[in-house]
Design a binder for this molecule. Sequence first.
Ligand code: ADP
Ligand code: MG
Length: 307
Amino acid sequence: MKFRRIAVIMGGGSSEREISMLSGRAVASALREAGAEVSEVVADESNAFTLPSGVEAAFPMIHGAFGEDGGLQARLDALGVPYPGNRAEESRVAFDKILSRARFAEAGVPCAEGFVLAPGEAPPALPPMPPPVVVKPPRQGSSVGVTIVREASQWIPAVAEARRFDPDVLVERFIPGREWTVPIIGPADAPTALPIVEVRPKVEWYDWEAKYSDGAGTDYVFPEDTADAAELALCERARFVALLAFRATGGRDMGRIDLRVDPDGGVFALENNTVPGCTSHSILPKAAARAGIPFPELCARIMEGAE
Ligand SMILES: Nc1ncnc2c1ncn2[C@@H]1O[C@H](COP(=O)(O)OP(=O)(O)O)[C@@H](O)[C@H]1O
Ligand SMILES: [Mg+2]
């Protein structure tokens, strides 16, 4: 490995702190198995942390605010400590769904028609496009603050819910159909898509419960495991869109692009998760395993991108 003494940084003050702790510990033991000397560094609720002396590089494993919005990356830049993953400014872009959508538009990445309600702007009496629409805070993760508005009466409460987390509110056309996510690894100039994972929540949609109730609330399927030509063509398109979306949002070393796939074969990018979950039941390790990459090797490969 390029670096031997590695700090895995986890915890922090975001709503995803507990998941980050699980991801961080899993990555730490994987890197140890790969031969590194690892310290587990837990950032406190105000995102403060201290690196032990002698650390050569860091592996950011804080999900959500600070870990994915560029705050942590800027700290590491200031400390002169190499790390894999998006750089600070490109983390900020990928974390912000409004900025990401602007990049998607420039790069020709298909995404749902959207509408932004500025801070303090009173919402119109009716949703800006016919329901169903998705109302979300643009800088959050794990479906926190997200509402699927199926009838007009849910609109105003949905805006209020999203505003609990962010003064800006993003409204998107609801894309019916399937939920796919594409983990991506590798350098910025030659990223590789790992097997696509279809997420099938057993509940109505992929909310916090479905994501984290130990996998029990969700089935994960590999749509590429099929002989159906139409399905394989759809997978090809999804990989293409995912790689475009990854590049458009400054992706490097690791990421997971969330997609929606509609019944007509339309593929739409939702976001790039730049610090994907790495717990024992997370999607990135599952997809890597499907591609024949054991978790320690996956973590070591990601670390190769540290600079
Ligand atoms: N435009 C959309 N159409 C259909 N479903 C959506 C749309 N936007 C979000 N969702 C649903 O909400 C979930 C969370 O949205 P996402 O944009 O990925 O934000 P985050 O995962 O950061 O909370 C998605 O996994 C998807 O199930
Ligand atoms: Mg998502």
